[in-house]
Ligand binder design. Structure first.
Ligand code: CMC
Length: 436
């Protein structure tokens, strides 16, 4: 009968240790007993960028990167994109099960009742420069929400957490749309609670002088699908930021701001914006081979390609590609689509990308849809952040309720100077001179 343990021999001492394996994992703390001398600290693992370290147990999102599988609470992303709505998916992520009709109605009403932000939020936003990037405004304003809802600090109160979830999911589209309208000098459009979650967002973004904005149902549904696809993605950079900041028992609005700050980066949620800028820079299909050459020379990255976990086609990218066709039927084709398709075709046949298993990710085609819908390019990372709020808050809740979690605090391998004496200023130049 095979044993579920790992036997390690330390060749420095010849000692052998037997370490339990659970869920294909060993506990890093079990290595601490491995020492040469009693006073040693003990063995640690060294894992920059967390390539092979699980920092939590989770029941929310499952990814099999080699097979290109993504599931929320066990449900395949393809089925959710086809049959669910974003708010129902948010319920599923947070509560763990699909809602009954009555539960969903209560949930939607709960979110809808929190869409209007405090009037002072507008004054706060107006402190930003007229040309501020909307993601910068978003990060700052979401952090400010914690000052409007100081009770959100009571992170162990389930009722406070429930209201905070509603507020986070409900107010972030309003903040995002206000940030956009501020940047283009348009008066703010207040939420229309008769509309769906995405219909209302489109209204707050694009409403002109008409009394009531009527969202195009195809675009409204397409945005809802995109929101489902972006809702959660297990322990990525921004979700880890959410968990790490939240582990200090910081209020969740401030933690969401930290998560959104991580998402802003071009290697993460800022990639959708970077893809569009890249496609515009390439400009025409005949320039693609020259661009691929630069990618292979390490001068630039092919934005929207590659993933830490997926070593196969990102299942979200497949759904987005289908959704794009439906959107373009309404809006007309995005002229950059042909460049994107040709870029993908060439990359998927090229040895550089094939051997490194680099496939299009969620950000490769999403920007083309957003642009066709009329969203300005700098809004793209914000469009990623809005639906991810439900994932961040679900992951945060799981962390708060996990008795094994404590304040996050990685270790380091110190390679700096040993102890040395302070050098008075008058003697210091001589030291520097000796060095140089
Ligand atoms: N273009 C060119 N080469 C790439 C790319 C790319 N987009 N991505 C990875 N590589 C190369 C990389 O240089 C390395 O080559 P080598 O082995 O010769 O050094 C190899 O592929 C392995 O890549 P890595 O850097 O070890 O991969 P990682 O897991 O550290 O990075 C990533 C993952 C997503 C940051 C990276 O693929 C990347 O920068 N992609 C472009 C940005 C992007 O599209 N980001 C969105 C990610 S999906 C949405 C989200 O979750 O945020």
């Amino acid at each position: 009968m095979p044993k579920n343990t790992l036997t390690i021999t330390d060749n420095r001492t010849g000692k052998t240790y037997e370490i339990p394996i659970e869920h294909d994992t060993i506990r890093a703390m079990d290595l601490r007993q491995i020492k040469v001398a009693d006073r040693d600290f003990g063995l640690m693992t060294y894992d920059p960028a967390y390539l092979n370290t699980a920092a939590c147990k989770s029941t929310i999102t499952y990814i099999d990167g080699d097979a290109g599988i993504l599931r929320y609470r066990g449900y395949p992303i393809e089925q959710l994109a086809e049959q669910s709505t974003y708010l129902e998916t948010a319920y599923l992520l947070y509560r763990g099960e699909l809602p009954t009709r009555q539960q969903l109605d209560r949930w939607v009403t709960g979110v809808t009742h929190h869409t209007i932000p405090h009037e002072k939020i507008k004054n706060f936003m107006e402190g930003f420069r007229y040309d501020a990037h909307p993601m910068g405004i978003f990060v700052g304003t979401v952090a400010a929400l914690s000052t409007f809802f100081p009770e959100s600090k009571q992170v162990f109160d389930p009722e406070v957490r429930r209201i905070t979830f509603y507020r986070g999911v409900a107010k972030t589209p309003t903040i995002a749309a206000f940030a956009h309208r501020y940047s283009i000098g348009m008066p703010y459009a207040y939420p229309d609670n008769e509309l769906s979650y995405t219909g209302n967002f489109l209204s707050m973004m694009f409403k002109g002088t008409e009394l009531r904005y009527k969202p195009n149902p195809v675009l409204e549904r397409a945005l809802d699908i995109l929101f489902i696809l972006h809702a959660d993605h297990e322990q990525n950079c921004s979700t880890s930021a959410m968990r790490v900041v939240g582990s200090a028992q910081t209020d969740p609005f401030t933690a969401i701001a930290a998560a959104a700050a991580a998402l802003y980066g071009p290697l993460h949620g800022g990639a959708n914006e970077a893809v569009l800028r890249m496609l515009a820079e390439i400009g025409s299909k005949d320039k693609i081979p020259a661009y691929i050459k630069r990618v292979k020379a390490g001068e630039v990255k092919l934005m929207g390609f590659g993933h830490r976990v997926y070593k196969n086609y990102d299942p979200r990218a497949r759904i987005i590609k289908r959704t794009a066709d439906e959107v373009f039927e309404v809006t007309g084709k995005n002229p950059l689509l042909d460049i994107a398709l040709e870029l993908e075709r060439i990359a998927l046949e090229d040895d550089y990308f094939v051997t490194r298993k680099l496939y299009p990710n969620v950000d490769f085609y999403s920007g083309l849809i957003y642009q066709a819908m009329g969203f300005p390019t700098d809004m793209f990372p914000v469009l990623f952040a809005i639906p991810r709020v439900s994932g961040w808050l679900s992951q945060w809740e799981e962390m708060i309720l996990d008795p094994e979690q404590k304040i996050a605090r990685p270790r380091q391998v110190y390679l700096g100077e040993g102890e040395r004496n302070y050098v008075p200023m008058e003697e210091r130049e001589a030291v520097t001179a000796t060095r140089s």
